[in-house]
Design a protein around this ligand. Sequence first.
Ligand code: ADQ
Length: 462
Amino acid sequence: MARVVVVSNRLADPRKAAAGGLAVALGDTLNATGGLWFGWSGKVVDESEGGTPGEGELHTHQAGNVTLATVDLCKEDHDSYYLGYANRVLWPMFHYRLDLADFNKQSLAGYRRVNQMFARKLMPLLKPDDLIWIHDYHLIPLAAELRSMGCGNRIGFFLHIPLPPPLMLAALPGHEWLIRALFAYDVVGFQAQADVNHFERYVHSEADAEMLGDGHYRAFNRTVLARAFPIGIDVDEFAQLTHGKEARETYETMREQYSRRRLLIGIDRLDYSKGLPQRIKAFQELLASYPENRKSATLIQIASPTRESVDAYADIRHELEHLCGQINGDYGELDWMPVRYIHRTVARKRLPGLCRAGRVALVTPLRDGMNLVAKEYIAAQDPADPGVLVLSRFAGAAEQLREALLVNPYDTEGSAQAIQRALQMPLEERQARHQKLLERIRAQDVHWWRKTFLQTLENAQP
Ligand code: ADQ
């Protein structure tokens, strides 16, 4: 295979154990092809330190066979490109939260400036046959910038978050420009068929695109192949982690503390897209409507800090803390607290132990591109006595994981009913559902995802 160049906003060192499955999977390919990983260094340079908009120092270093090339951002670029346009405009809009989108022309200018700068820095590092794979909403216009500098390579794009339906997308000022930029790619990958359908309807109605069949769309004098490539996890690696020392310790501790009590778990970034307040309300409804769960069911909700300098994230944190306090105050006993809320990241090596100890997992985002926690939970279960996944129908994962108990997280009573059903599910049914789910996450794991995407890109006509 040709050399692979991955571009993403942030990099992870693929050799570090803390790196998740995605970094490891991409790292394998990069390693095998002597590839290059390009992105932001994570460093923000102040004006007093010489930071200038649209300029950033390039650093390169080797990690095994892989070249890591990173660029610093000045404060103005970081605030407008990353905190501004990416996380205050595209993230909320693409997660159906128009109410939270804070559009202004400064952040758009920063987004364009940083994408132009990345293209300028990346261009001299490229070889003619490189396969370039660009990731996520931070970098949508990057291929168009590279093309304007004469880049003729095959370039693919993968959107990790959902694409909203056409009318919602049309609420974004400059949406025509953004979608047109997707036509600079040869292959555009989405998480789910629903996203592809949204893309198709948008380009049909707003861009007058020709449908050439088999996922090919022609507009703006270019043809793009758009398809769903649902991302997966490294099932074997995660299952193996389950047997590691840290995971076993975590599992044992949980089993000891909750032997007679049934443990429900939630593991998320503290993001408003993850539906955490709705989840706590559903759990509250469970305790109210099915009182046999009082003093017996406990929800451990891990919510890791994220994007804390964006206001909407501070708001969701307050709301969640208020709700957890309320339910614990209303229902708690001297020897039992209904909800244990932990505002921290769980160490990667402990995660599988927690997943295995959870009798039920609540993965109930209001909208999610895929949601890998759902898949990790399945991979960590003991097939002889597996837990039950309660999954939002609005997570991309719901298209594949049809044997989970699918819920509408806005429907508090319906969600509480599903949780009750999960808690009472007989062993045979749990086993049958788990077996099917495990087959599904194995058939389309992270290696399948990476290979299928890169093969499709390699076969695309440049
Ligand atoms: P995220 O929104 O970050 O990713 P998700 O897929 O749920 O969402 O999680 C990514 C990884 O983070 C998982 O491996 C998970 O275990 C880990 N993680 C989440 N919360 C954690 C916590 N509190 N402690 C420790 N680890 C935690 C985006 C999209 C998703 C899409 C992924 C991958 O929003 O829809 O699935 O990219 O494409």
